[in-house]
Write a protein that binds this ligand. Structure first.
Ligand code: AMP
Length: 183
């Protein structure tokens, strides 16, 4: 895990949020790093920590390249909706087509996993992310950053959610020095 220089906790007016990052097209690790730089450059948004990078087999549609996944801890003064818009702007600026297939390959995918303890249930924005608790490629890097963070709907710590995931739900394999295995 890398901590951003200078600060590892949000400023008093900021909310601690977690963003999931994924890429399975082009230079995947570079795509993740570029997205992290862009996130950090948004006013009202700062990267406080980044998990290791994990190589994971795709979930949903298997006939596509493996993903690199990571989770970033961010401090933000943006509302959940403004954060979503900022992340979608970054996806767009990095060349992700807006009409790509669901579960299909993507240059960059950015999801809001948690936003403090907030619960959001809107047609186009669900927080906590609706699938985060069943995705090993989310829970493993999130646990690396904050194993004791509690899922505000399920009331369980990240480490407990990860423990409950049955093995084999999401396969992963070692891909290089800076890449961990999500097991
Ligand atoms: P995906 O294909 O997984 O990237 O889904 C993108 C869609 O999910 C967008 O239309 C978003 O509005 C919607 N969405 C719902 N909840 C979230 C969330 N927590 N983070 C990011 N996108 C979300």
């Amino acid at each position: 895990m890398e901590r951003a220089q200078g600060s590892s906790s949000p400023r008093s007016a900021e909310v601690l949020a977690f963003v999931g990052l994924g890429s399975n097209l082009g230079d995947r690790q570079n795509n993740i790093r570029t997205a992290l730089d862009l996130i950090d450059s948004v006013s009202g948004l700062g990267v406080l920590g980044v998990s290791s990078f994990y190589e994971c087999e795709p979930v949903g549609r298997s006939a596509q390249p493996d993903f690199i996944n990571a989770v970033a801890e961010v401090g933000t003064s943006l509302s959940p909706r403004s954060l979503l818009k900022a992340l979608q702007g970054i996806e767009k600026s990095m060349g992700r087509a807006s009409s790509r297939r669901r579960w299909g390959p993507r240059l960059i995918d950015l999801d809001i996993l948690l936003y403090g303890e907030a619960l959001v249930l809107e047609p186009d924005l669900v927080i906590p992310h609706a699938l985060m608790h069943v995705r090993r490629f989310v829970l493993a890097p999130l646990c690396e950053l904050e194993p004791d963070i509690v899922h505000p709907v399920l009331g369980l710590r990240c480490r407990e959610l990860l423990r409950r995931l049955r093995s084999g739900m999401s396969q992963a394999r070692f891909a290089g020095q800076s890449v961990r295995v999500a097991v």
